[in-house]
Design a protein around this ligand. Sequence first.
Ligand code: CP3
Length: 342
Amino acid sequence: MNLQNDLLLRALRGEEVSRPPVWMMRQAGRYLPDYIKLRNKYDFFTRVETPELACEITLQPVDQVGVDAAIIFSDILVIPQAMGMTVLMEEGKGPSLPDVIKNKADIDALITDEVEERLGYVMGALSLTKKELNGRVPLIGFAGAPWTILCYMVEGKGSKTWDKAKQFCLTQPELAHALLQKITDVTIRYLIAQTKAGADTVQVFDSWAGCLSPADFNLYALPYLLQISDAVSKYAPVILFPKGSWYALPDLAKSSAAGIGIDWTVSPEMARKMTNNGITLQGNFDPSHLLAPIPQIKKEVKAMIDAFGTKNYIANLGHGIMPHIPVDHARAFVDAVKEYGS
Ligand SMILES: Cc1c2[nH]c(c1CCC(=O)O)Cc1[nH]c(c(CCC(=O)O)c1C)Cc1[nH]c(c(CCC(=O)O)c1C)Cc1[nH]c(c(C)c1CCC(=O)O)C2
């Protein structure tokens, strides 16, 4: 089906656009009142595993905020779950994995076959959403990056320092790489299946890459991101988002990825310089600045686009939208991008 609005895909191909496309990480769920209603009615994994509910949540920001792309409602932790680990999502507390990975036996026990079948509900949600979108905007699929998934598998919950994950890498490096490779293999098949089910592009979230030194990033994160990008790019454009890892921009710019997500700790000018103006960049509005008065949001968005330029650029936040952002502030962010240049 032909897309009526293909700004996102044009930006990923580096084509001329009338204005940059805009979407917001974590736009599905979190802050929309209609999402909160569904959250009060169905538990997290029911929302994720029921294609009709996932589709409804995915469409909400398209209908209500006017973003130029939909991102499928799911979670990065469906991968550890599909690999046989228990994942609990406690309201207000975040995810927890009670049986963490400690040794070789734990890694050997992880399931790696039939991922496409085990995550069939995601493909169901994608194909239903693709149909319901009816070509209005592109559909984004996603997965967590191997390093970030290892963090949750080893640590069992969120962490500020991820020291247990790092300890695992430092004391059992062969096992760490075996685990990262297993996650990578499964993720490649999962993302390719997503593109076949209707995802027009996929984003890889390396949310905790920024806790790594450049040297550790090159050991534990970058090689696996590149493997995913190389394999999945044959099917659809890939966006890599290693949050906090601005130091990796020169290497990422040389990769097969179509786009690189950046957070607000790097300036647009610096990011352009580090990538030699050669790749599409996505970001990088500080999500907390959506709490500023609306006229200030609009001013800052305009300055952001002035700095990035309209070509090779996807307007977005530098990380996920926060749950307490007023809807009209989110809409002001999107409107400011749409009004750019007019
Ligand atoms: C680290 C990470 C997770 N999940 C995700 C990441 C990477 C992105 C990032 O860095 O923010 C990715 C994710 N999780 C969710 C989406 C939906 C699609 C979207 O709107 O972008 C996406 C892209 C739904 C969700 N996943 C979760 C919620 C909130 C719980 C709820 O609404 O019931 C939503 C809407 C739960 C979740 N899931 C995770 C955490 C830490 C939490 C709890 C706190 C929170 O981030 O909200 C793991």
